[in-house]
Design a protein around this ligand. Sequence first.
Ligand code: PGA
Length: 259
Amino acid sequence: MKRKFIIGGNWKMNKGIPVDAINSLKGLKSLLKEDLDVDIFIAPPFTSLTSAIEITKGTNLSIGAQNGHFEDTGAFTGEISLNFLRNIGCNYVILGHSERRHIFNESDDFINQKVRKALSIGLIPIFCVGETLKERESGKTKDIIEFQFENSLKDISEEDITKAVIAYEPVWAIGTGKTATPEQAEEIHFFIRNIIKDKYSSKAADSIRIQYGGSIKPGNSYELFKQENIDGGLVGGASLNEESFYNIIKSAVEVSQIH
Ligand code: PGA
């Protein structure tokens, strides 16, 4: 039995002007008329969140944020508290994305505090892990993933971990047009599921959803989603176009129908 697919659109620093987000979400809403058995979310920039939440109310589209701070309030110039995000109606938050880790130097410990906070207030963390090209080429992929898990997910209970979603995003595949092959992705997804099994239990490992991210497009999503341990996708570039994003969602629906 496949787990319920979860498809997320990470808009990154795009469509941050509310009218752009509204137009795009209106388009997506009109494509998503039927009730699909797939969880779907869009993560717009902070400035479009309120409009996005408003326009998707009562639909099967949820809204997530792309980051957040674990402190509720205080002297943290430029930061947005996870608590604010929950309060305005966000359901998800992307944490540990490689662009946060590499461009903004976020550490595993910092990410861990955010994941714990998100879980404690009912925000679903989309917890990202992944290796760089250099790490892959030197045969360190699994060590890196294991290290990221060990440090970013410490002190998280079994009950909490199953509420989170994992996103395996090989850094070399993000925004590069280079997708991991379905076999390469499946190998790491299987490895991640085993980490959860060893750290928690088979039950936790069987229920947690692991998304793949990195140059997903309508042309490769079906083959990726067909893999046993791939439970959906975190889509960057292709989520900016409603038609492409919808076609990726449709491929998840098709795969779930053959299972
Ligand atoms: P991409 O981005 O689909 O543009 O490669 C994925 C991501 O960064 O989440």
